[in-house]
Design a protein around this ligand. Structure first.
Ligand code: AFP
Length: 330
């Protein structure tokens, strides 16, 4: 099996980018070890700090953020970074060619229950000139690489450099990420959806109607049964979609009108959209293709609907019509 380094060479990935991706992979091995040690290393539980989004930071959020920051600072090819756990963008190396946006530990509410968590990252080209927030505000289409590392029963990396999506599995013996799927393909059709159903009453009418029709199963307009899964870590839900198809959505809701979207564009939605598109799937907000959004701030949130192409199209068809009336549930 090819190592990550060998695959990047065979893909003719530019040396500076390959080095950066190998450095992210190395750091994720250390994160994987910290996550695996759990309570033994005293890393579980919350800190007393909040991040810029007003969420209480878990100890592992802070630890993993520092690990990635230190690695990227030592790397040399990174001009700047933006993280879920950093209020502002961080300047790194003046000569760096790349910007890295990351969520160091996605799904952190899963940490204390020993469930799936992961690191998500997006790599953008660094523009010329002074580094500030504006430097990062590039559409997802500009990404030169994106991926995640999933800390599950095995540690796996999903990666794209724009040449399809690949899976690598961390070999505990050699400590290498080995290529275990060189061409991930999302099935175009699916009978599985992922959504936090507890927010149902807060969704917009199109999503209410779409999910109601899925739940009606064989007796509804879709004339088939659908299964539901929810891991509460986007990284786990998207991994399942990449493995066996499905539709994953965190839609617009009016639970808190000041915060109609949950997922972050720059370090959650964009990298996942890149992986999903490269695997033949689709990613949208319901009204706009995720990777075409012009970002307005680094911590911007968006609605996300992604996965199996035909099912995403079906969901979008509900959004294209006038669903100002009530959902069609009797
Ligand atoms: P955290 O990383 O802050 O725990 O958030 C995870 C997440 O942003 C995303 O990974 C999940 O899909 C989503 O939140 C889960 O949200 P619910 O709490 O509504 O299940």
């Amino acid at each position: 099996m090819q190592t990550l380094a060998q695959t990047l060479t065979s893909q003719a990935v530019k040396d500076s980018l390959a080095q950066l991706l190998l450095s992210l992979a190395d750091t994720s091995k250390a994160i994987s070890s910290a996550v695996r040690h759990g309570a033994l290393a005293g890393v579980l539980g919350a800190t007393e700090q909040e991040n810029v989004q007003g969420e209480t930071q878990k100890k592992l959020d802070v630890i993993t953020n520092d690990m990635l920051k230190d690695a990227l600072k030592a790397e040399g090819n990174v001009r700047g970074l933006a993280s879920e756990e950093e209020d502002y963008v961080v300047e790194v190396s003046p000569q760096g060619e790349y910007l890295v946006c990351f969520d160091p530990l996605d799904g952190s509410s899963n940490i204390d229950i020993n469930s799936l968590v992961g690191t998500i990252f997006s790599v953008l080209p660094a523009p010329e000139g002074e580094l500030n927030e504006q430097s990062f505000l590039q559409a997802g289409r500009q990404q030169v690489a994106a991926g995640y590392v999933l800390y599950g029963p095995s540690t796996m990396m999903a990666l794209t450099t724009g040449q399809g999506t690949q899976f690598y599995t961390l070999d505990p013996e050699s400590g290498e990420f080995l290529l275990t799927n060189d061409n991930v393909q999302i099935t175009p059709d699916t009978a599985e959806f992922a959504i936090n159903m507890s927010n149902q009453r807060f969704w917009e009418a199109p999503m209410q109607t779409y999910i109601a029709d899925l739940l009606l199963g064989k007796i509804g307009p879709r004339e088939q049964s659908f299964n539901m899964r929810w891991i509460a870590a986007m990284v786990g839900d998207v991994h399942r979609v990449l493995c066996r198809g499905g539709i994953f959505t965190y839609p617009t809701d009016n639970k808190n009108p000041a915060k109609p979207f949950k997922l972050r564009l720059m370090y959650e939605a964009n990298p996942m959209a890149f992986l999903v598109e490269q695997a033949g799937g689709k990613a949208s907000t319901g009204y706009e293709t995720i990777m075409d959004i012009q970002p307005s701030e680094i911590h911007q949130r968006v609605a996300v609907i992604l996965g199996s192409r035909n099912e995403v199209d079906m969901c979008l068809s509900y959004h294209g019509e006038d669903y100002s009336q009530e959902p069609n549930i009797d």
